[in-house]
Ligand binder design. Structure first.
Ligand code: PNS
Length: 164
């Protein structure tokens, strides 16, 4: 069976990659859908986030990465994937994800499976990774190795653009 792991992944964290790897153990194929969250401002453009995620997942033969435009349920149907997999870190995540899961079930009958985040990554979020990196903190332990350098490079570019 095929599953979809959606997210905005700006940038992907070690926690995201852990969920994708665990989904790949449970399903024949996993498609990582890289979308936009209109409520968030992005450090990387959509095509950049797709490329970064491809680099992060290069070691996973059953995992592919695609851009997500429009409704997630339409993406799932068009790819023949009846299941969405997401990670949950906290009660806050759970409330948000249950509401999304109910919408996606109601709209197109797509099921959602929630995987508890690994305890060691439960404090991680892309938002905090962006904040810590942009203030000069070392986020290399918190993002996939394949994208750590790109995060540092983008922070340097943003600082240069701001004249720092
Ligand atoms: O990393 P995020 O911010 O949790 O990712 C959110 C994302 C991109 C997965 C979500 O916003 C999404 O599913 N977008 C597609 C549009 C859609 O289907 N919206 C209705 C969801 S009920």
């Amino acid at each position: 069976m095929r599953a979809v792991c959606p997210g905005s992944f700006d940038p992907a964290t070690a926690g995201h990659l852990d969920i994708i790897e665990r989904a790949a153990v449970c399903f024949d194929e996993v498609i990582v859908a890289v979308g936009q969250n209109s409520a968030k401002s992005h450090m990387f453009s959509a095509p950049e986030r797709v490329e970064l995620m491809r680099a992060a997942c290069a070691h996973l033969s059953s995992v592919s990465v695609s851009p997500l435009d429009g409704l997630l349920v339409d993406f799932c149907r068009s790819r023949g994937a009846p299941v969405i997999v997401k990670g949950v870190r906290s009660c806050g995540d759970f409330e948000y994800e249950v509401q999304m899961a109910q919408w996606n079930k109601e709209l197109e009958g797509i099921e959602t499976l929630l995987i508890p985040a690994a305890a060691k990554w439960s404090y991680l979020s892309s938002t905090k990774v962006r904040e810590v990196a942009s203030l000069g903190g070392d986020v290399r332990p918190h993002v996939p190795l394949a994208i750590a350098e790109q995060v540092q490079r983008r922070v340097a570019e943003l600082r240069q653009a701001q004249g720092e």
